[in-house]
Design a binder for this molecule. Structure first.
Ligand SMILES: [Zn+2]
Length: 339
């Protein structure tokens, strides 16, 4: 049995966010763990219809589980957002809210994709002093894309501005004007890998590959069906910032928020948090080189303190909802969160 409670709280610019607090039947002596989703998805990403999810594994291991819906969540009102806003306004407020609710003095975090880039941005800028361990999946401080994605985000993206404010895999089943229908038709012609139009649109929107964010062999049928409801839009404000990051090779703040330094990698990280960087060897959303470069950066400043793990046979999101993740990836995540 588990209990779920939604706890609303404001980001530090006033935007309404929430935390999904999940408790199991047993005690949680390890204290709070914060789970942070990626772009265009939501907190429930961590609870796919698997016999054993990452949330189940964390509860069993004695963690108090808090899943964040930050401003990129499809469970919230859609707003244009940047990584800077998440780093400065969302993550520090979320950490403070969990600590206030639990009475804990610090916490650990498992952060995925753009939840990880924005959380890492906040941590290295010194905005998350109460976080002791950050396990990051897929990408953190450095950005290396497959050539096809690099081309899409740097060349195609600038052409879209007049047509749409966002890109959404949800267009697979729900039209939003002429542009969305054009994209869907194009994806149906060019992505023939399965019958799930959302799955194919996800691969068109993010990364390179068919599919791009997982391999079909790693998913069971229930999860492949379920994911059709789990992907909404991500705004061009985000894609534009990621295009700059991809051209530069590491995260670049927009320069609009003074809480963030202009350059995140020309000085040591302003955090004591230990980073554990994960990437699937088959990751076609962010190449494993992304995490390897971030590990090199951290290891240069703090030799032997942080860790890097490449997960054989895994991609981007199957690390979290692959049918064998319970035995392939969760034990490593649990071990690193506890160490
Ligand atoms: Zn598919």
């Amino acid at each position: 049995m588990m209990d779920t409670e939604i706890i609303p709280f404001p980001a530090d610019d006033g935007l309404p966010l929430n935390l999904v607090h999940v408790t199991g039947p047993g005690p949680a002596p390890r204290g709070p763990v914060l789970l942070v989703h990626g772009a265009g998805v939501r907190a429930e990403l961590f609870r796919p219809p698997l016999p054993r999810t990452l949330v189940d594994a964390l509860l069993e291991a004695g963690w108090d589980v808090w899943m964040l819906n930050w401003r990129a969540s499809i469970d919230l009102e859609p707003v244009p957002w940047t990584l800077d806003e998440a780093a400065v306004f969302d993550h520090p407020a979320a950490v403070r809210t969990v600590l206030a609710a639990t009475g804990a003095s610090d916490l650990v975090a498992f952060v995925h994709c753009q939840g990880s880039t924005s959380f890492t941005m906040a941590a290295v800028a010194g905005l998350l002093p109460q976080v002791r361990t950050i396990v990051s999946n897929s990408v953190s401080l450095h950005v290396r894309l497959p050539p096809a994605s690099q081309l899409k985000i740097t060349r195609l993206l600038p052409l879209l501005g007049g047509y749409t404010a966002a890109l959404s895999p949800r267009w697979g089943y729900k039209s939003d004007g002429y542009f969305s229908r054009t994209v869907r038709a194009a994806v149906r012609l060019t992505h023939r890998e399965c019958d799930n139009t959302v799955c194919r649109l996800v691969s068109f929107t993010y990364g390179a590959g068919r599919p791009a964010l997982w391999s079909h062999a790693q998913l069971d049928t229930a999860t492949h069906d379920w994911l059709a409801g789990e992907f909404g839009g991500a705004p061009l404000s985000f894609f534009r910032q990621m295009a700059r990051c991809a051209r530069t090779g590491y995260l670049v703040p927009t320069g609009t928020l003074e809480q963030l330094p202009r350059n995140l990698v020309d000085h040591p990280p302003a955090t004591e948090a230990r980073f554990v960087l994960l990437s699937g060897t088959e990751n076609r959303c962010f190449l494993p080189a992304s995490q390897q470069l971030s590990h090199r950066f951290l290891d240069h400043h703090r030799p032997g303190y942080d860790a890097l793990h490449l997960l054989p046979g895994y991609g981007h999101l199957d690390v979290i909802f692959g049918k064998n993740a319970w035995k392939d990836t969760y034990p490593l995540i649990l071990k690193e969160l506890a160490s």
